[in-house]
Design a protein around this ligand. Structure first.
Ligand code: FES
Length: 101
């Protein structure tokens, strides 16, 4: 299992666990995080936007151009923003921290 720390808008932290290979979006939804994921991973909505902790950002595979384009439209996007539907949980990501924008 892979652990992910979710930081809510009010600053509270919660650790969730999910199977390796699950998307970060599915893991967040299973944990009750407010991630809509309206387009179900088609990179067409940005409602799955999360802000990755700066220390963890480098552990992620780089975003493809379509993801970058969608993040340009996401409210409150930062340099470490990602679409959670595009992140597959792997052992290398165990313990990562992400903030709900
Ligand atoms: Fe729509 Fe991620 S679910 S872009």
């Amino acid at each position: 299992m892979i652990a992910i720390v979710f930081v809510s808008r009010d600053g509270s932290r919660r650790t969730a666990t999910a199977e390796e290979g699950t998307t970060l979006l599915a893991a967040g939804q299973a944990d009750g995080q407010p991630l809509e994921g309206t387009c179900e991973g088609a990179m067409a909505c940005a409602t799955c936007h999360v802000i990755v902790d700066a220390a963890d950002f480098a552990r992620l595979p780089a975003a493809v151009a379509e993801e970058e384009d969608m993040l340009d439209l996401a409210p409150h996007a930062t340099r470490t923003s990602r679409l959670s539907c595009q992140i597959r949980l792997a052992a290398a990501l165990d313990g990562m921290t992400v903030r709900i924008p």
